[in-house]
Design a protein around this ligand. Structure first.
Ligand code: NAP
Length: 273
C-alpha cells in the first residue's frame, strides 16, 4: 500500500484526504492519504521523516509551505514562487512543486476562460504569489493589490524579474487602486482571506463588470459575497473549490503519472462543502 499525506497545522478539517482517496478508489490504486500535524517549526523535519518512512507524496499547507524548501529540490516555478505545496519522493532529494499555480490556471481553463490580457490579483500571501506567477506565465499582465502595499510591490517585482516581458509584466498597488485597475481587466483573483466565513468582499461591487472572469480562492462559503456580486454584474465566476480541486488533481498526476479522475475528486470535494 502506498502512503500519501498532508503536512499542516491545523489539518483536521482538510478536504484533501477524501478528495485523493476518491481518486484511489476510482482507479483501483492501493493507497491511503493521511494527515500529519507537526510542530510549527518542524516542516522540513517532517519531509525528511516522510522520506525515511517511504511516503510517496506529501501536500504541504500553512504554516509549512516556505519551511519545506529546505528539505526539497524545488522545481523552477516553486522556487520562483518561494513556496512548495506538493512534495514528490520519487527523487532524492525529493522534488518540491507548487500546484496552487496550476490550480489557478486549470480552474480558469475548466470554465473556458482565456488567460490573456490583464489580471488583477488581490492579496500577496501564499495564494496571491501562486496566482500572480501563474497568470504572468500564461502571458497576462498582472496587477497585484494588497492591504500591505510593500508585499504587493515586492511580489510584482519578483514576477517581473523572472519574466521575459520584464518590468511590464507586473505592478504592485494598494487596495484603493482596485476599482480603477478592474475597469480594464479581464481576470480577477481574490487571494485574500476576506470573505471566508463572513459576508464581506475585498472588492467594491460596482467595480465588477460583465467582461471579467472572477476566481475567489476562498471556498468556505462557496458562493462568497464577491462571487455573488460578480454574478450579479454578469461576470464569469469560478469558486475556490475549483482551485482546490485542480491543485489536488495536479499533485495526484505528478505522483502517479496517471490522468486524475477529476469528476470523482470533484464529487468527493463538493459533497463536503
Ligand atoms: P496568507 O498567506 O496568510 O495571505 C493572506 C492574504 O490576505 C494577505 O494578502 C493579507 O494581506 C490578506 N488579508 C487578510 N486579511 C485581510 C483584510 N481584513 N483585508 C484585506 N486583506 C486581508 O494566506 P493564503 O495562504 O494566501 O490564503 C489566502 C486565502 O486563499 C485563504 O482564504 C485560503 O483559504 C485561500 N486559499 C485557497 C486555496 C484553494 O485551493 N482554493 C489555496 C490556497 C489558499 P496582508 O499581506 O496585508 O496581511
Amino acid at each position: 500500500m502506498d502512503v500519501y499525506g498532508l503536512v499542516g497545522n491545523p489539518v483536521e478539517h482538510s478536504l484533501s484526504p477524501p478528495m485523493h482517496e476518491a481518486a484511489y478508489d476510482e482507479l483501483g490504486i492501493d493507497a491511503r492519504y493521511v494527515t500529519f500535524e507537526p510542530a510549527d517549526d518542524a516542516g522540513a523535519a517532517a519531509v525528511e521523516s516522510a522520506a525515511t518512512l517511504g511516503v510517496r507524496g506529501l501536500n504541504v499547507t500553512i504554516p509549512f509551505k516556505q519551511q519545506v524548501l529546505e528539505a526539497v529540490d524545488p522545481a523552477p516555478l516553486a522556487a520562483r514562487i518561494g513556496a512548495v505545496n506538493t512534495v514528490d519522493f520519487a527523487t532524492d532529494p525529493p522534488t518540491g512543486y507548487n500546484t496552487d499555480a496550476a490550480g489557478v490556471v486549470r480552474a480558469f481553463a475548466h470554465h473556458d476562460v482565456a488567460l490573456s490580457g490583464t489580471a488583477v490579483v488581490v492579496g500577496a500571501g501564499g495564494a496571491g504569489r501562486a496566482a500572480a506567477f501563474a497568470l504572468a506565465d500564461e502571458g497576462m499582465t498582472v496587477h497585484v493589490a494588497n492591504r500591505t502595499v510593500e508585499k504587493a510591490t515586492d511580489l510584482a517585482a519578483a514576477v517581473a524579474a523572472s519574466h521575459p516581458a520584464g518590468p511590464d509584466a507586473a505592478a504592485g498597488h494598494g487596495l484603493d487602486a482596485v476599482p480603477d485597475l478592474l475597469a480594464d481587466a479581464d481576470v480577477l483573483v481574490n487571494a485574500t482571506s476576506v470573505g471566508m466565513e463572513e459576508d464581506r468582499s475585498p472588492v467594491p461591487a460596482d467595480a465588477l463588470h460583465a467582461d471579467l472572469a472572477v476566481l475567489d480562492a476562498v471556498y468556505s462559503p462557496l458562493e462568497t459575497r464577491l462571487l455573488q456580486d460578480a454574478a450579479a454584474a454578469g461576470a464569469t465566476t469560478v469558486d475556490g473549490a475549483w482551485m482546490l480541486l485542480f491543485q489536488g488533481v495536479e499533485a495526484f498526476e505528478q505522483w502517479t503519472g496517471e490522468a486524475a479522475p477529476v469528476d470523482a475528486m470533484n464529487d468527493a470535494l463538493r459533497t463536503r462543502l
